[in-house]
Ligand binder design. Structure first.
Ligand SMILES: NC(=O)C1=CN([C@@H]2O[C@H](COP(=O)(O)OP(=O)(O)OC[C@H]3O[C@@H](n4cnc5c(N)ncnc54)[C@H](O)[C@@H]3O)[C@@H](O)[C@H]2O)C=CC1
Ligand SMILES: O=C([O-])CC(=O)C(=O)O
Length: 261
């Protein structure tokens, strides 16, 4: 299987290293035009658009955030290639979601959502076959992990916080759109469970944690569950959990196997 990666940031670099130890070949990278000269790897085509991809690439892997999925997801799907994305929050934009859906139908392809920094999505998906009443997601990161986000509209992150501070309470759609680099998990929980409007979200800057802590609390006909993960961040990006990058690798490797796991 030959794949193209969109973006060359922290998640992409983790994925590149992991693919070297797999049977999947990294054959191309899609970068922003200004970054085209920044990568020079033999046997890897470095291009700015899906139109310039070698024809034998079957999967396009988005590790570039909402802008990357918006720019390259629809043409990749329309060209008949499956797309794996970690930028789940971009689907909170209904216009983009419809565009991706239409492109996938036109191309006979599929958009796969990597599970990202969270787990437990399989249980949520199954639970919604019954009546799934309440789904609440709490995302807690060290103050450093919220720098450059909407949290800074309400918190001064340049000085140390003395206690945990909630900087967002609302639904998953508003969270995903307001925090494109930090609330993709909220969107993943919404899509697996009760949807963007009904998923309750709380985002917290917590000086007492040195990991990204994600909690899901769900109740319904099935009973109830709580899922909590304390995720280490990637060395190159204090915002992003290592598990998010690992989940992209898992999605790619799974797609390359005759039997899924
Ligand atoms: N689903 C989940 O649990 C998680 C999702 N994410 C998403 O993954 C994204 C990437 O995370 P990191 O690698 O840690 O961020 P990063 O900031 O290290 O890397 C992002 C890269 O994408 C590139 N990029 C941006 N727009 C592009 C475009 N239009 N075309 C090509 N490249 C483009 C940037 O130049 C940068 O190199 C985050 O922005 C976030 O939206 C991140 C963590 C968890
Ligand atoms: O990496 C994480 O822990 C979660 C994250 O940034 C997101 O949900 O966008």
């Amino acid at each position: 299987m030959k794949v193209a990666l969109i973006g060359n940031g922290a998640i992409s670099q983790f994925v590149q290293a992991a693919l070297q130890k797999s049977d999947v070949a990294l054959a191309a990278m899609i970068l922003r035009p200004a970054r085209l000269g920044s990568v020079d790897v033999s046997d890897v085509a470095v291009v700015a658009s899906v139109d310039d991809l070698p024809g034998d690439i079957t999967h396009v892997i988005d590790c570039a955030g909402h802008a990357g999925l918006r720019a390259h997801g629809p043409p990749a799907l329309a060209s008949g290639r499956d797309v794996v994305t970690v930028s789940i929050g971009a689907l909170a934009d209904e216009g983009l979601r419809s565009e991706l859906e239409e492109a996938a139908r036109a191309g006979g392809s599929r958009l796969h959502l990597a599970s990202g920094a969270i787990g437990g999505l399989d249980a949520l998906r199954a639970a919604r076959a019954g009546d799934l009443g309440i789904v609440r997601y709490v995302g807690r990161k060290p103050p450093e992990g919220w720098k450059g986000s909407r949290a800074e509209d309400v918190l001064d992150l340049s000085t140390p916080l003395t206690h945990p501070q909630i900087h967002f309470m609302g639904n998953a759609r508003d969270a995903a759109l307001a925090y494109p680099k930090n609330a993709n998990v909220a969107a993943a929980v919404a899509l697996a469970g009760v949807g963007f409007e009904r998923t309750e979200v709380e985002l917290v800057a917590d000086p007492g944690t040195d990991t990204n802590v994600h909690e899901i609390h769900a109740q319904g006909d099935f009973g109830s569950f709580t899922f909590i993960i304390s995720g280490r961040t990637l060395p190159d990006n204090p915002r992003s959990s290592a598990l998010a990058a690992m989940s992209v690798v898992a999605s790619i490797v799974d797609a390359s196997q005759p039997i899924g796991s």
